[in-house]
Design a protein around this ligand. Structure first.
Ligand code: IFM
Length: 436
């Protein structure tokens, strides 16, 4: 157990936990299908053969989740709105109830409008999906905008592009490699249109949750440096440059569809804050001619880079290296690259998968990452909030229920989906108490 108190974070700092609709809600029968429902029905794609049909049953048990947040002393909750649910009769009632219960508990609702569960009838390869997203966002804002002030447009468009459309390990399961790039552009366009729709509805606190993994070259050799730079462009800058600078990194613009210059005006709509999801750095070298591993799955040979294990670091149950200074590096790197184009930052996800109720490793992880975050603040980065991934153990996409990211254990074998706070829950509650 980490013994020393955390250093004090700035006044007004948002302390929250994150979840997403598909990963916790269940109640699939009360909404239309998403691409994930279709994907999960394919044999062999989910490692434990499960589906998210019930998950944590938060659709019916959200009051328990709100009580858990209040018990932690958190002042914010990042959840997502399921687009297929919002499209279904009465679907937005659920989010209205959740928002009202959060507000009654003194917790700021921070909804994400797209966290990968695209309605099954839509496709991010179609440009029109961006316009459809904006219409959906308008409807959600019209319903909740009198009570919700902080909005997140998209979650991790990079992962959704790469895992879902380039490598095929997430829904919708396409293996397009570089031909997946239009998916990135259409999501970015959807983001910009959503920012405009939210502003038109009076929103004044709008951001995005973008994944950032500092890219470490394997060696100082030219070939490794070039491969690492290419990877950094694909996974990080292909998203943050258009969002924050209004342009794609060199060479990418020509690969994107449509009137890209006009679209970039929309993509780079001013943000009130920029959300960073941080888990670990990536160690990248020149291609080896063989497949390499990205987390628990393979990256094909033939790409212009290879991923390598970061050795000599503790690993989470997911096999991800624990590298807290990567968070400081990410934030100072963003500040150095984007200067005054970078709005205030929020950490919209950070966390780890470990089994068990006495999760001392998670405590050590959170303690070290919060200290790394504080170092970035000391180095002048304007950070306004931190959200742990995740409040609950939940459906970890193609891993099923095998990876447990929660501060709260969920018994997926019990009909009640019994929630039991872990040791990390008590640790964080006490750490947050000491911040007040
Ligand atoms: O569970 C996911 C989440 O949906 C998006 N960011 C990473 C988390 C852990 O893999």
């Amino acid at each position: 157990m980490a013994a020393d108190a955390l250093p004090p974070f700035p006044p007004g700092f948002l302390w929250g936990a994150s979840t997403s609709a598909h990963q916790i809600e269940g109640a699939v029968d009360a909404r239309g299908p998403s691409v994930w429902d279709v994907f999960e029905a394919r044999p062999g794609v989910i490692r434990d053969g499960s589906t998210a049909a019930v998950a944590c049953d938060s659709f019916h048990r959200h009051r328990e989740d709100v009580a858990l947040l209040a018990g932690l002393g958190m002042n914010a909750y990042r959840f997502s709105v399921s687009w297929p649910r919002a499209d279904s009769p009465g679907g937005l009632d659920h989010y209205e109830r959740l928002v009202d219960d959060l507000l009654a508990a003194g917790v700021r609702p921070v909804p994400t409008l797209f966290h990968w569960d695209l309605p099954a009838s839509l496709d991010w390869l179609d440009r029109d999906t961006a316009a459809r997203f904006a219409e959906y966002v308008e409807r959600v804002a019209a319903r909740l905008g009198d009570r919700v002030h902080t909005w997140i447009t998209l979650n991790e468009p990079a992962e959704h592009t790469v895992l879902g459309h380039a490598l095929g390990v997430h829904a919708p399961g396409r293996t397009l490699l570089y031909d997946a790039l239009p998916v990135a552009h259409h999501q970015l366009l959807a983001h910009g249109l959503a920012v405009r729709a939210l502003r038109a509805a009076g929103a004044t606190d709008v951001g995005i949750a973008a994944s950032h993994s500092p890219t470490w070259p394997l060696t100082g050799d030219e070939a490794d440096l070039a491969a690492a730079d290419h990877y950094d462009v694909l996974m990080n800058r292909a998203f943050s440059d258009p969002l924050l600078l209004g342009r794609y990194p060199e060479g990418l613009e020509q690969l994107m569809p449509g009137d890209v210059a006009a679209d970039l005006e929309v993509v780079s709509e001013r943000l009130d804050w920029y959300g960073v999801n941080y888990y670990a750095p990536s160690l990248v070298g020149a291609p080896t001619g063989e497949k390499s591993a990205y987390g628990t799955f393979d990256v094909p040979a033939g790409l212009p880079f290879a991923l390598h294990e970061i050795e000599d670091r503790p690993r989470t149950a997911f096999g991800w290296p624990v590298v807290p200074e990567g968070l400081t590096q990410t934030l100072t790197g963003l500040r150095d690259r984007y200067g005054d184009r970078l709005p205030p930052v929020m950490i919209t996800e950070n966390g780890c998968s470990y089994p068990g109720l006495d999760d001392q490793e998670r405590i050590a992880y959170l303690d070290s990452h919060l200290r790394a975050l504080h170092r970035a603040i000391e180095e002048g980065v304007d950070v306004r909030g931190y959200f742990v991934w995740s409040l609950l153990d939940n459906y970890e996409w193609n891993e099923g229920y095998r990876q447990r990211f929660g501060l709260v254990h969920v018994d997926f074998d019990s009909p009640e989906r019994t929630r039991t706070p872990k040791a990390s829950y008590a640790w964080l509650r006490d750490a947050l108490r000491a911040q007040r």
